[in-house]
Write a protein that binds this ligand. Structure first.
Ligand code: INI
Length: 157
């Protein structure tokens, strides 16, 4: 029987950093509320969740890196909304946020969860922030807990 590593969904004792972009706050506040609610649902304690606001999605990676390097968090959740209709530099902002967040995770070993919606318009973003399509905020919380636990299991196996 091969050994199987699994991350369980029990968030008890985990310290989670949540970074949220103020740009498109109507959307990102919903992502934040859902993410925090889901973290609590998974057993993360209120006082073990730290929320940091940044101006826009472009600033998510640098703050994620600072939090990851502090050694205080087992996972970092990055939340934002990049809406194509509102910017000509959509591709740069969305692309840099994605590659920056990915680099932080790989460089530090702390999972940095990509919770940035990239949509054509605000309605599509709201649909994915707990509206009729999906709840990206809650999803990032589940992914953060599972990935942190899996890394813990990998390090203790
Ligand atoms: N930031 C976002 O989070 N979403 C956007 O849709 C957006 N648009 O449209 O430009 C956006 N721009 C700001 C960017 O993230 C930086 O804050 C800014 O460029 C300063 O570095």
């Amino acid at each position: 029987m091969p050994k199987e590593l699994k991350g369980d969904m029990n968030g008890q004792g985990l310290h989670i950093g949540v970074i949220v972009a103020r740009f498109n706050e109507i959307v990102t506040k919903k992502l934040l509320d859902s993410a925090v609610e889901a973290l609590l649902h998974h057993g993360v304690r209120d006082e073990d969740i730290t929320v940091s606001w940044v101006p826009g999605a472009f600033e998510l990676p640098v703050v994620a890196k600072a939090l990851a390097k502090s050694g205080r968090y087992q996972a970092i959740i990055c939340l934002g909304a990049v809406i194509r209709g509102e910017t000509s530099h959509y591709d740069f902002v969305a692309g840099q946020a994605a590659s920056g967040i990915s680099s932080v995770a790989l460089e530090t070993g702390v999972p940095a969860i990509f919770g940035v919606l990239t949509t054509e318009n605000q309605a599509q973003a709201l649909d994915r922030a707990g509206g009729k399509v999906r709840d990206m905020g809650a999803n990032t919380a589940a992914v953060a807990v599972e990935t942190a636990r899996l890394i813990e299991a990998a390090n203790t196996a």
